[in-house]
Write a protein that binds this ligand. Sequence first.
Ligand code: FAD
Ligand code: NAP
Length: 342
Amino acid sequence: MIQENFSLRALNTFGIEAHARFYAPFYKVEGLLELLNFVRANRLPLLVLGGGSNVLFTKDFDGVVLHNRISGKRIVQEEDEWVWIEAAAGENWHELVMWTIDHELGGLENLSLIPGYAGAAPIQNIGAYGVELKEVFHSLEAVEISTGKIFSFTAAECRFGYRDSVFKREGRNQFIITNITLRLQNMRCGKPYHYRVEYGDIAKQLEVMGVQQLSPRAVSEAIIAIRRSKLPDPSELGNAGSFFKNPLVSAAHYAQIVAEYGQTPHYPAEDGKVKIPAAWLIEKCGWKGKRVGNTGSHSRQALVLVNYGGATGKEIWECALQIQQSVKEKFGIALEPEVNVY
Ligand code: FAD
Ligand code: NAP
């Protein structure tokens, strides 16, 4: 059912009050195709929403918001070491991770507690604690908005990059992802499994928890504990996670920053580039924990902008632009928003 002048406040983790001219959830691909006929017939702008954990509404949306509620997950193929699972796009991501762990499948544990739905995971190739979705991704199905045709995309066709995919570039606003298929490791097959525990405090946290034998569940629990200790819970303090991507700069630019500011945290990145944590750059500009009206940079993680209550999307966006400008002036780096701004 299509509703008019619909409040999106409960549907975005920033908790921003914005209205959609039209809103409709869809529970099946057939329902989505019918709604797309309505969108095309009325030539309306379209926004597809999952969990709303990576969006910032700076104004009302003068078009149709389609809310992905297609559910279902299943094992589609099993072959000794590998198991392929399919998840409908409206499945809650973290619940999916827990389901794979319950089925003794390895591969998603480092991606525990990321908010949002499965269908949005490929959009920015979600990543955390040294693991990216692309490492376990097999394929996805998506409906082309202009024709209603269903297309299948392999990992190569998704052109995954650092917090990036074809759906953020050439394919932007052209497809609605309806399901994803992942290839995970069967933990019962007896083959060696490569745990990813070298990142940050994971090993330390496992030790604190007294873990003697690694398992996907133990790693997941360690990640959950670290995340809970550091990141604001959107149900208590509105936010959309990291507001900006970590910039990848040339080696020469990095050397210039070190020459000017001394020791700078950095990590090797694609194409010989150097990744500098955006949180460090923002902190060096004096923004960490700074409040501007109803918004600001979080005191424990400078990269997360928060809604202290009653903030407008415009207010948060203006704060983000000020941070962007500070970092540009001080370091010559143009921070790119990770959050999708509407
Ligand atoms: P939404 O916010 O609903 O949508 C995001 C974008 O994708 C929008 O442009 C939307 O139009 C589009 N979209 C959504 N669903 C579809 C679909 N089915 N088809 C086509 N387009 C679609 N991200 C990480 O990568 N790593 C993290 O560790 C991480 N931690 C986070 C922690 C917190 C506390 C928060 C609030 C966010 C975090 N995020 C993280 C960001 C966010 O959770 C992820 O990007 C997540 O995948 C977004 O899913 P969603 O369903 O909420 O997407
Ligand atoms: P952190 O551990 O304090 O590290 C700060 C930054 O340094 C991270 O962004 C990370 O880049 C980079 N980094 C740290 N150790 C690294 C290593 N061994 N190799 C490569 N890069 C390294 O970060 P945090 O804020 O607490 O977040 C922890 C993880 O959760 C990160 O992976 C982060 O991306 C993810 N996260 C993402 C969001 C989001 O909205 N996108 C929100 C919260 C947390 P990477 O970000 O590239 O890993």
